[in-house]
Design a protein around this ligand. Structure first.
Ligand code: ATR
Length: 277
């Protein structure tokens, strides 16, 4: 039978809300670029229904899922086998359905690291990194960040105890410590990563004006049509680069695509396409 007559393999992203998701567009572009015969759609799932929805998708022949807010912890529970980074993250954004069971991985952190180190050629080894926030987003990127062996990684959070808890959970992987925002006075960092939810209110955590070192970079895990509050903060405080999370979004998708299909798509043209509209 000619390849064109084969039924495409089915993938989807599940979340609530989901209508805004760029993942179907990204994966459809990846598939066209690499000649992979697949379909990818967005599925709205009601809170509490994730496991049933994921099992139903698999039973119908689905090959894999991406998982977004608020189901990443549910997906972590659902997976039979977890990668080390997903195990640590306590969250899964990619499920791979295999005949032997369901594998769970977390490609958010690798996506961030690839965007910085490959797309922007900014190595993280020997850098002093400040990670703002201690929620799910921060926890999801810690393992891959520490694997790059920064000279120091400080987690700062509005609720300092939560930052401390995260640091304790990850301190066997590298030099990681924690504090509240007030304790950042007199400290300097080469890279500041915003993993707080403050941007949802167009706000930025209270940071000392001189916390970014000369030649420093800023990176916001969030992205938007307009520059985010933290991207603007970086520009106003002399960042050489102040990036939003669009590159990370496309890179985490590429990591998932590779896990499912065994091929790496080219991310540059997709990032460019998404920036246009
Ligand atoms: P996510 O999955 O996006 O990380 P989360 O787990 O609810 O969401 O975590 C939100 C993070 O943003 C937390 O670190 C939170 O700080 P607290 O732990 O003190 O609540 C942080 N955050 C939310 N709004 C903030 C604001 N206005 N200023 C600073 N930090 C904020």
């Amino acid at each position: 039978m000619p390849l064109t007559e084969l039924k495409p393999d089915q993938y989807a992203v599940m979340g609530h809300p989901i209508a805004h998701s760029k993942s179907p567009r990204i994966h459809t572009l990846f598939a066209a670029q690499t000649g992979q015969n697949l379909e990818y759609r967005a599925i709205l799932v009601e809170p509490g229904d994730f496991a049933a929805a994921a099992h139903a998708f698999r039973a119908a022949g689905g090959k894999g899922l991406n998982v977004t807010v608020p189901f990443k912890q549910d997906a972590w529970v659902l997976a039979d086998l977890l990668s080390a980074r997903a195990e640590r993250a306590g969250a899964v954004n990619t499920l791979i359905f295999e005949s032997s069971g369901i594998r769970g991985d977390n490609t958010d952190g690798p996506g961030l690291v690839r965007d910085l180190t490959v797309n922007h050629r900014y190595p993280l080894a020997e850098k002093r990194i400040l990670l703002l926030g201690a929620g799910g987003a921060a926890r999801g990127v810690l393992h891959p960040l520490l694997a790059e062996q920064p000279v120091q990684l400080v987690i700062a959070n509005r609720t300092a105890e939560k930052a401390l808890g995260l640091a304790l959970r990850f301190n066997d992987l590298g030099r990681v410590s924690a504090c509240g925002f007030a304790e950042l006075a007199e400290r300097r960092f080469d890279l500041i990563i915003n993993a707080t939810a403050a941007g949802l209110d167009d706000a930025v955590p209270p940071l000392p004006d001189d916390v970014l070192a000369a030649e420093g970079w800023c990176y916001d895990l969030m992205y938007g049509r307009e520059p985010t509050a933290f991207v603007r903060w970086g520009r106003e405080h002399g960042a050489v680069q102040s990036l939003d999370g669009l590159g990370m979004l496309v890179e985490q998708a590429a990591e998932a695509f590779h896990l499912w299909r065994g091929v790496w798509p080219e991310t540059g043209p997709v990032i460019t396409a998404l920036k246009k509209n």
